[in-house]
Design a protein around this ligand. Structure first.
Ligand SMILES: [Zn+2]
Ligand SMILES: [Zn+2]
Length: 259
């Protein structure tokens, strides 16, 4: 089900990007999409092979022993579900900040930022190493929250379309973007996170709810996102855009302070 939601959202947003693009005249959208789709497929295979069974087992084990914060509070199932959703989104915010602040994690996360053109397929462009670390940490975070399988599934079913939406190159009018942005992360908000300017890269970390950045004061607004330059100044060469170059990105030595 998750897979089909992802495919449908990708297809819909990619099609809309062709009709209402923010950055126009991109020469080959399919050539740009291909390596991003490639890494997305690779990650999907590795995660389902390595983590789907073990995550289910850990969740079942924790649930049978009533581990986790949510089991300590006797809440109705709806309220508990809402808490699980918000707490897990807070974890996603913390994890994203850690990826920017910890040099070792940045090596992997910088591959997401080396994309020179943002579109729906950039939502899949995460290094396999980052996905593996995040899946390992989830094995601790999920029992700590006391999250159930159905709650995690609902979170992920919402997360995928929203991540695809906020990476899109659709020219959503600012008025509409602002309405959505009151609650969720929008294209105009996340585009700033992909700017080459370091202070902008280190802002707008939220995944689903936009309020985390407002609460922690990492929210950054840009008047005109059309003037943004995407990517990282030191990973501009074509080789970093190929599937092999993307996989190699964490292993080249660039002083952390230069980022
Ligand atoms: Zn980032
Ligand atoms: Zn992004």
């Amino acid at each position: 089900m998750k897979f089909w939601v992802e495919v449908a959202s990708l297809g819909l947003v990619f099609w809309m990007e062709g009709i209402f693009p923010l950055f126009q005249g991109r020469d080959d959208r399919f050539r740009h999409a291909l390596p991003n789709l490639g890494i997305g497929v690779l990650n999907g295979l590795i995660i389902s092979l390595l983590f789907s069974t073990v995550t289910l087992k850990v969740m079942h084990f924790a649930e049978s022993r009533s581990w986790g914060l949510l089991h300590q509070l006797s809440l109705s199932s709806w309220i508990e579900g809402a808490f699980a959703f918000v707490l897990f989104d807070l974890w996603m915010y913390v994890w994203h900040v850690a990826n920017h602040q910890i040099p070792f994690l940045w090596r992997f996360h910088r591959m997401h930022h080396s994309d020179l053109e943002l579109d729906a397929t950039s939502a899949l462009r995460f290094h396999t190493g980052e996905i593996v670390f995040s899946s390992l940490l989830r094995l601790i975070v999920i029992p700590l929250i006391g999250m159930q399988f159905i709650q995690l599934l609902i979170y992920e079913l919402c997360l995928q379309p929203i991540i695809i939406f906020h990476h899109s190159n659709v020219a959503l009018p600012e008025k509409i973007d602002r309405i959505f942005r009151a609650i969720i992360v929008t294209p105009n908000m996340h585009r700033v996170h992909h700017s080459q300017i370091r202070s902008e890269t280190d802002s707008n970390y939220s995944s689903i709810f936009s309020f985390w950045d407002r609460i922690v004061k990492s929210f950054h607004k840009r008047k005109d996102t059309r003037t943004l330059v995407y990517g990282l100044p030191y990973l501009q060469e074509k080789e970093w855009q190929s599937l092999l170059g993307m996989i190699k990105t964490p292993f080249v030595n660039i002083p952390y302070k230069r980022r």
